[in-house]
Design a protein around this ligand. Sequence first.
Ligand code: CO
Length: 225
Amino acid sequence: MTAQADMLGDLLARNRDWAAARTTAEPAFFTRLAGEQHPTYFWIGCSDSRVPANVVAGLNPGEVFVHRNIANVVHSADMNLLSTLEFAVDALHIREVIICGHYGCGGVRAATEEFPHGLADHWLEPIRRLAKTYAMDLAQTHSPEARRDKLAELNVIESVRRVSETPIVTRAWARGAALRIYGLIYGLHDGRLRDLDCTIGPGHFLPGAQPSPPFGHKVDDERMT
Ligand code: CO
């Protein structure tokens, strides 16, 4: 047997064990989920293998609808993300949308490097633009790592704004849906999710509504310790 076959065999064995353990804990678990899904959350996160939505949020299958890409970028014309968002909001009636970035993000790092990365450079262009726009703020950080982590936060805040401006979300608000979009960031070093306090909800863009938090958001220095 080849090493590859061994690896697949290992994966299938793990799956059998997992399915058996689930069924033991709740005999109707798979029957219940097979019927329909009612997830509470829609998660837009990074593809990084260290930040799996269900695991880091402590959620079971069926509880979170997920879209992931390199560096959790929200491109306004990304049909993959938009069709997933539309299904989440209009068909699944999800009202809690989470954009989750993470510190130590390789995609954010690539967006700050000067050498070519192939297609990723096109994908990461919004982060490069953010880095230029907020160059003064970013220059106040005390290390290249802190600068990239601050940029990762800015990318989440920008993504929250972009999702909130999609016709999918503005239509949902016009219908009276209590839809909220949250910005979180995950620490690879401690496994904790942090709220970036950039939530956008119904009425945010109405005249007289509170403006969203400024982009000069304070970097959480606690993680550096
Ligand atoms: Co990442």
